[in-house]
Write a protein that binds this ligand. Structure first.
Ligand SMILES: [Mn+2]
Length: 433
């Protein structure tokens, strides 16, 4: 039985806007948080100890992390080198760099020849000899369209056709690897991708350049005893036989992950069997406080009470309150800031209700079709400063419209039969949708 620690989506160096500068180190406190979470994963790998560590991709927010961030990552993974634990680092979409092969942020570990470290930047099968025996790890990094298709392949195709062609190419490439597997050994597919059944969050918006969705049927093959995934930040088990698992990110990257448990996965692997255990990490709380003050008699009092009732201590807090512009003088900003002091960091978003729902003229509402002159008259009627100009404006508008209509009718009578002139003339009507 081989013990594996599977973690993913470290995103070290992300979310600095939710942190502050640590005066002792000069580092952003979110870098401290992310490194701390990573250190807890490594602590567990050493304490158990596990026989193999699999990283599912997205080490940093991009492929060129600053040295202080690279150093923090290397410092943690170096502990696995000291403990002689084999480790596979898979390349995610955030780790790739457009400047050719070998340019991913993680490739430095291969170049340096770090003992027992494997960098998965291509589709390839690695035989890893662990203390508990040999295991096969098939690495499938984030695939861009250009990795599988050339321009002439796609020139005349729709997006849907291209997606199908990509899946076909991937199926063939995967099949090529699968046929070379040693079927007596426990086998893991380690892949950074979006499956067609995953529910996703921030990673969808964080992904620069669109990837494609991979059907589950491609992953749930008998030859795989465990499918270790990366990319989706919400932990989820997509299939039981074989287990197909996103461990999720190890820290909250942004507020879209406010309610998600964060952690890593421990796997006990044999040929034909894998047992999976999700291990939560004690990550920093993100907390949104929402208050509607529009009907409040004393908005400040209500706001203070809402803050006092929320567990804001050391949390990343977002205070959103709705308020009417007339009530603004009743809010004491200094008091609100003071009430939020025990939060780790906080942001305040007052939403002015008059801006949320701007009153509209009923006759200009959605779905109404209105004559341009009537629309202009309605507009002038609601603009006191234009009252004196009403007659001039309407005369000018009529002149403009009749000129347009004449031109359209001319055009229509020249190029189309008279029956079709009508729709052309109608286009001078404003359609408000
Ligand atoms: Mn990703």
């Amino acid at each position: 039985m081989i013990k594996i620690l599977h973690l993913s989506d470290i995103h070290l160096g992300s979310g600095f806007s939710h942190g502050r500068i640590n005066p002792n180190t000069g580092r952003n406190t979110r870098l401290d948080d992310f490194e701390h979470s990573l250190s807890l994963c490594i602590d567990r790998a050493l304490a158990d100890p596990v026989d193999l560590v699999l990283f599912g991709g997205d080490a940093f927010p991009d492929a060129t992390p600053p040295p202080v961030v690279q150093d923090a990552f290397a410092r943690q993974f170096h502990r696995l080198v000291d403990a002689d634990i084999p480790t596979v680092l898979l390349v995610g979409n955030h780790d790739q760099h457009s400047q050719g092969q070998g340019g991913a942020s993680l490739c430095i570990y291969r170049t340096l020849g770090v003992p027992k470290f494997i960098v998965g930047d291509r589709l390839q099968t690695h035989r890893v000899d662990t203390r508990a025996g040999a295991v096969q790890v098939l690495t499938l990094p984030w695939l861009t369209r250009s990795a599988l298709l050339t321009r002439p392949d796609t020139e005349t195709l729709s997006i849907g056709d291209i997606q199908e062609l990509l899946i076909d190419r991937l199926r063939v490439a995967l099949e090529g690897e699968i046929r070379q597997l040693d079927l007596t050994l426990p086998t893991v597919l380690l892949a950074h991708l979006m499956t067609d059944t995953a529910s996703f969050g921030a990673e969808r918006f964080l992904a620069a350049g669109k990837g494609f969705t991979v059907p589950m049927a491609l992953l749930t093959r008998d030859c795989f005893d465990y499918v270790a995934l990366g990319h989706v930040h919400r932990h989820q088990v997509l299939c039981d036989h074989p287990p197909v698992v996103y461990p999720g990110s190890i820290e909250r990257v942004d507020f879209s992950e406010e309610d998600e448990a964060k952690g890593y996965v421990l796997v006990e692997l044999e040929r034909g069997r894998a047992q999976v255990d999700f291990c939560p990490l004690p990550v920093r709380t993100f907390l949104t406080i929402r208050v509607n003050l529009v009907t409040a008699d004393d908005p400040q009092d209500e706001l203070s009470r809402a803050i006092a009732q929320a567990p804001i201590q050391d949390a990343v807090v977002r205070l959103v309150y709705q308020i009417h512009p007339d009530q603004l003088p009743q809010v004491d900003n200094a008091a609100v800031h003071a009430a939020l002091q025990s939060a780790h960091t906080y942001t305040i978003y007052p939403e002015l209700v008059s801006q949320l729902a701007r009153p509209r003229l009923p006759e200009l509402g959605v779905g109404h079709s209105i004559d341009p002159i009537d629309a202009l008259k309605s507009y002038i009627a609601h603009q006191p400063t234009l009252k004196d100009l009403e007659l001039d404006l309407i005369t000018a508008a009529n002149a403009l419209l009749s000129a347009t209509a004449d031109a359209e009718l001319d055009y229509a009578s020249r190029d189309t039969p008279p029956a079709k002139a009508e729709p052309a003339a109608q286009s001078s009507q404003l359609r408000l949708l």
